[in-house]
Design a protein around this ligand. Structure first.
Ligand code: FAD
Length: 285
């Protein structure tokens, strides 16, 4: 099923993101997580692509397995940094042959001292234009309500996003954020700039203080003062932080849905309990 079609039939869509584990035990645990979350009837799930294509085989296999054996619509993340056109072609052909219909096309983060392959791509917009020359996937892209960390300014970032969408994207998923005002202000700026496709908020339930501080530092998302104060008040008590993460994300989601967000995309970190409890509080199951 193409996710773009789902958006025309039903909103809001609910989706869960996973990453391919490194070990057999990790895979066993992930299958339990997926089985757990399948009971919540997600509209689709997505599987990340390792930096530099390091997990490409696993991503494609896992997406294909989720679709064909677990029977959930799935989307493969896909990055271009570090890849030659031949690499990209091979992966795209493999995804097509595996029956994958949905791809989240990204540039990927640049490793330090990065040297671009001579015929490779630097930006997601180039990858999207390349995909549109031959493959008929439903295509999603990433976007950054608080501006991508490498962007010269919010205005340039938005201009680049408009160009990227115009290469043929069907919908966008945002980087994680903890302040809904940031999301709604971004959506308004994107609409004013002419972007009309769905902009789905990415939600990450906080499961540890160290994790959220590391993640926000990496991706440039901010922690609102109130959330920061409540994290500090937990005094590194894991149970307190997890409860705070669930409460904060639930309130975020309730407000997002009330104000018309087209979906909720949960960064599950391959764990089901937090996402399940948020879902329960939102939808009663
Ligand atoms: P782009 O759209 O290419 O933009 C990157 C930067 O380049 C921005 O600052 C932009 O303003 C600038 N830019 C864009 N076009 C131009 C241009 N023509 N000229 C000059 N500057 C330009 N990473 C992974 O490795 N694997 C994953 O599975 C993965 N999943 C993700 C899922 C989501 C929902 C999101 C939001 C991010 C994900 N990432 C993933 C991280 C992502 O790869 C990084 O954030 C990366 O740095 C940017 O990717 P992008 O495709 O959004 O970038």
């Amino acid at each position: 099923m193409r996710i773009a079609e789902l958006f025309t039939q039903k909103r809001p869509l609910c989706s869960f993101e996973f990453f391919p584990p490194k070990t057999e035990e990790g895979f066993a645990a992930l299958y339990t997580t997926i089985a757990d979350l399948k009971r919540l009837n997600p509209d689709y799930v997505s599987v990340t692509w390792g930096a530099g294509g390091s997990t490409r085989r696993k991503t494609i296999e896992l997406v294909s397995q989720i679709q064909n054996e677990i029977d959930i619509t799935a989307m493969a993340h896909f990055t271009c940094v570090g890849a030659t056109r031949e690499d990209l072609t091979q992966s795209l052909d493999r995804m097509h042959d595996a029956g994958i219909a949905n791809v989240l096309a990204l540039s990927g983060d640049l490793p330090e001292g990065y040297v671009q392959p001579p015929d490779g791509f630097r930006y997601a917009s180039e990858l999207i234009a390349f995909i549109r020359t031959k493959w008929n996937f439903c295509l999603a892209g990433g976007c950054y309500p608080e501006t991508h960390p490498a962007a010269a300014s919010p205005e340039t970032d938005l201009k680049n996003l408009v160009h990227k969408v115009n290469q043929g994207l069907d919908f966008l998923i945002t980087q994680l954020f903890f302040d809904n005002e940031v999301y709604f202000a971004f959506v308004e700026r994107a609409r004013t700039a002419g972007i009309t496709i769905p902009i789905v908020p990415g939600i990450m339930p906080i499961v540890s203080e160290k994790g959220v501080r590391r993640m926000t530092q990496l991706c440039g998302a901010s922690i609102p003062n109130e959330l920061n104060a409540r994290l500090l008040a937990c005094e590194q008590d894991p149970a307190c932080i997890q409860e705070l993460g669930i409460t904060w994300a639930t309130q975020q989601c309730q407000d997002l849905l009330k104000r018309g967000a087209p979906g909720l995309h949960f960064y599950t970190l391959n764990q089901s309990p937090a996402t399940r409890r948020i879902h329960e509080r939102l939808f009663g199951s």
